[in-house]
Design a binder for this molecule. Structure first.
Ligand code: C2E
Ligand code: MG
Ligand code: MG
Ligand code: MG
Length: 302
């Protein structure tokens, strides 16, 4: 037969290709079951200062601990979760988990240790008339102050009309910061910035890739750095903060700093990790921080 049903319920063709429509339906059922079985986990990727590597925030990223397939990344199930609407309960889980965790870090390590926690929000969630109330409830229940929360949205999600725009402005008025994720990859980045109450621009990884290359070839370093340079100028002019995404080397950090970026995220600076992993980083950072009294010295070996 052409296809074969695996133990996990995924439909696969013998050649390894998944049959799109049926597989998506199956995946919807799988996701619903996974939510009920508590198979989703949140990991946190450090967002750090580029000058001294200090952790200033985290981004929450969801993972699916599938009983058969192991850890599954969001690229494999977020699209199906969006299509089936399951992103709404899944997103609520990530929101509650992140607010609770950030509030716990705040209590344990103090207000200076970690400025903010961010999470990704899909268009579908922004369309949900209950979304703003859910965010409010998550903040209230966790005790996390609104200025500690960052909601990351993509350009395409923002361009979805009145309801979404209303929700975004309401969140902004509450003091929650909005970040434009994957900036530069969407269709109308520039006009969007005037209508959308963004506080942070996240420069997409694709504009960080290759930024350090200076090989004397036809593509000059200036050309490779053009978008990153334009974005930091734009952010400066509009008074927005920036985060450079997907930083994988010290050379990229050096170029980005030269361009004026002060904050970044990427495997070179820290991979997504469990909440305990972040706690350990915060504990190390607390030890290394200058003491409360004058003369307290910062460790210089990090
Ligand atoms: P994103 O929001 O742009 O998140 C950054 C992605 O880039 C993460 O992938 C992260 O692990 C990866 N990344 C970070 N640094 C590096 C690097 O140096 N090199 C490379 N190659 N990759 C790096 P991840 O966790 O697989 O998430 C993929 C996307 O899935 C996210 O992109 C976001 O759009 C979406 N996503 C993740 N969690 C959620 C969620 O809870 N809700 C929603 N709606 N979407 C989510
Ligand atoms: Mg993001
Ligand atoms: Mg991103
Ligand atoms: Mg991205």
């Amino acid at each position: 037969t052409a296809k074969e049903r695996g133990k996990a319920g995924f439909v696969r063709y013998a050649d390894g290709m998944r049959e799109p429509v049926l597989a998506h339906m199956q995946l919807g059922g799988e996701l619903r079951r996974a939510l009920e079985n508590d198979e989703f986990r949140v990991v946190y990727q450090p967002i750090v200062r580029l000058d001294d590597g200090r952790l200033i925030g985290v981004e929450a990223l969801v993972r699916w601990h599938h009983p058969v397939r192991g850890v599954v990344g969001p690229a494999e199930f977020i699209p199906a979760a969006e299509r089936t609407g399951l992103i709404v309960p899944l997103g609520r889980f990530v929101l509650r988990e992140t607010c609770g965790q950030a509030s716990a870090w705040l209590a344990e390590f103090g207000p200076e240790a970690l400025a903010e926690a961010g999470l990704n929000v899909s268009a579908r969630q922004l369309h949900d008339p209950d979304f703003v109330a859910e965010v409010t409830a998550a903040l209230t229940d966790s005790g996390l102050p609104c200025e500690r929360l960052v909601l990351e949205v993509t350009e395409s999600a923002v361009l979805r009309g009145q309801q979404v725009s209303r929700a975004l402005h309401e969140l902004d008025r509450m003091g929650i910061r909005l970040a434009l994720d994957d900036f530069g990859t969407g269709e109308s980045s520039l006009s969007l910035l005037r209508a959308f109450p963004a506080a942070i621009i996240k420069l997409d990884k694709s504009f960080v890739d290759g930024i350090e290359i200076d090989d004397g070839g036809p593509v000059t370093p200036d050309a490779r750095q053009a978008v990153a340079r334009a974005v930091i100028q734009l952010a400066g002019a509009l008074g927005l903060a920036t985060v450079a995404e997907g930083i994988e080397s010290a050379e990229q950090v050096a170029v980005l700093r030269e361009l004026g970026y002060t904050v970044g995220q990427g495997y070179f600076l820290g991979e997504p990790m469990t909440a305990d992993g972040v706690s350990r980083l915060l504990a190390v950072q607390r030890k290394a921080a200058p003491g409360p009294h004058p003369g307290g010295q910062r460790n210089s070996d990090r």
